[in-house]
Write a protein that binds this ligand. Structure first.
Ligand code: AMP
Length: 224
């Protein structure tokens, strides 16, 4: 049976990572790929890709299409069916390339969910975000604090702040998002794959997201 291949869209700080973690906790057979997590790992490990991309990320600018596309395809090629993509594709050209790559394999995205969270909410919580670099797990001082401050709940390893979670980089990231989202949205709308979920908090959004995932996989006879 066909399996779930879900793309999460939404502005930076909308909680794509948090929703992904919740889905993975509920459906452990799913795998997730976050392009931002992959890049942050490269930076942490001091690789050539990390060196090439660190400044883009710090400033909130998109890294070159070709570089990120190659990187994500490499990760995708290691996965079996049943995955969640977060952060890629982010531009129309990336979406078109991804479709061209997955279509012949019979493994194109079968659901796209856009998280619609007000900009004021995003800006107010961005400076409270902490991340566990190895896993991509995120925490928030107010809504989702780690059990011990500064420490990942599961591994006990230290949490860090993202280099781009500050007001200046955030403004650029939101601007980049607004400049690229419309054609991307239209691309997936035309394919009949797009659902939009609105809300202020991840606790509010998750049940709606889950309903959508379950409903669509029933209708498409997709396995989760
Ligand atoms: P994220 O963790 O998804 O917010 O991504 C953090 C940063 O990584 C972005 O601000 C970009 O600099 C870079 N990045 C991640 N994914 C992409 C992508 N698909 N295209 C271009 N740049 C990306």
């Amino acid at each position: 049976m066909n399996q779930l291949r879900l793309l999460l869209l939404g502005p930076p700080g909308a909680g794509k990572g948090t929703q992904t973690s919740k889905l993975l906790a509920q459906f452990p057979q799913l795998k997730a790929i976050s392009s931002g997590d992959i890049l942050r790992q490269h930076i942490k490990n001091g690789t050539r890709i990390g060196t090439l991309t660190a400044q883009f990320i710090k400033q909130g600018k998109l890294v070159p299409n070709e570089l990120i596309t190659k990187l994500v395809f490499k990760h995708l090629s290691t996965l079996n069916d049943g995955w969640i993509l977060d952060g890629f594709p982010r531009t129309l050209i990336q979406a078109q390339n991804l479709s061209q790559y997955l279509n012949p394999l019979g493994k194109d995205i079968n659901l796209v969910i856009e998280l619609d969270v007000p900009e004021s909410v995003i800006l107010s919580r961005i400076e409270e975000r902490w991340v566990h670099l190895q896993s991509g797990r995120t925490y928030n001082d107010t809504y989702n604090a780690p059990k011990t401050p500064g420490v990942d709940d599961i591994t006990g390893e230290p949490l860090v702040r993202r280099s781009d979670d500050n007001k200046l980089a955030m403004q650029t990231r939101i601007r980049e998002y607004k400049a690229t989202i419309a054609p991307l949205r239209q691309f997936y709308k035309n394919k009949g794959l797009l659902s939009v979920i609105s809300g202020d908090s991840s606790d509010e959004i998750y049940p709606l997201l889950l309903d959508t995932v379950l409903e669509v996989s029933r209708a498409q006879e997709t396995q989760i």
